[in-house]
Design a protein around this ligand. Structure first.
Ligand SMILES: [Zn+2]
Ligand SMILES: [Zn+2]
Length: 150
């Protein structure tokens, strides 16, 4: 009989688990993400090095950091906004959080181990989209600025 910790690891649903590139940081959600979207803001372009960021919005109360808390670096934009959390060892982007209300979080879609189930259904900050990557005609709802969480 395996220890509870080990068998739990094997049984963990990859749609709700994830981590960074080096494996130092691991997390899980107690509930699957229910909403997701693309963000084309210039901050997301900078931090990802790409044209947009795909992220799932979650309730921070469903988020559990399983390991690597000491590796998670949170960068808070000087002029307000969600803090951006990444692995200080490998640089992988993991999640963002409202410092004033930690129940408001987003997890980077690429940080999940498997298919998180949810699909991006909107594009935010399209007015700031990278000139080198036209926004595809995919029918997703578009927002010139941010999309409200409610
Ligand atoms: Zn890492
Ligand atoms: Zn953004």
């Amino acid at each position: 009989m395996r220890s509870t910790a080990v068998s739990r690891r094997f049984l963990a649903d990859p749609s709700v688990t994830g981590g960074c590139l080096c494996g130092g940081v691991r997390f899980e959600l107690t509930e699957p993400a229910t909403a997701a979207g693309y963000c084309h803001c210039t901050r997301c372009q900078r931090r990802t090095g790409t044209g947009a960021s795909a992220q799932a919005r979650i309730d921070g109360r469903t988020f559990r950091l399983l390991q690597g808390e000491e590796l998670v670096k949170a960068w808070r934009p000087p002029d307000s906004g969600f803090e951006k959390c990444f692995c200080r060892e490998c640089g992988a982007h993991l999640f963002s959080r409202n410092p004033e209300d930690p129940t408001q979080m987003s997890v980077r879609m690429g940080a999940f181990d498997g298919d998180p189930g949810v699909r991006p259904s909107w594009r935010a900050y399209v007015d700031y989209a990278a000139p080198w990557e036209p926004i595809p005609e995919d029918g997703l709802e578009r927002f010139a600025e941010g999309k409200s969480r409610f």
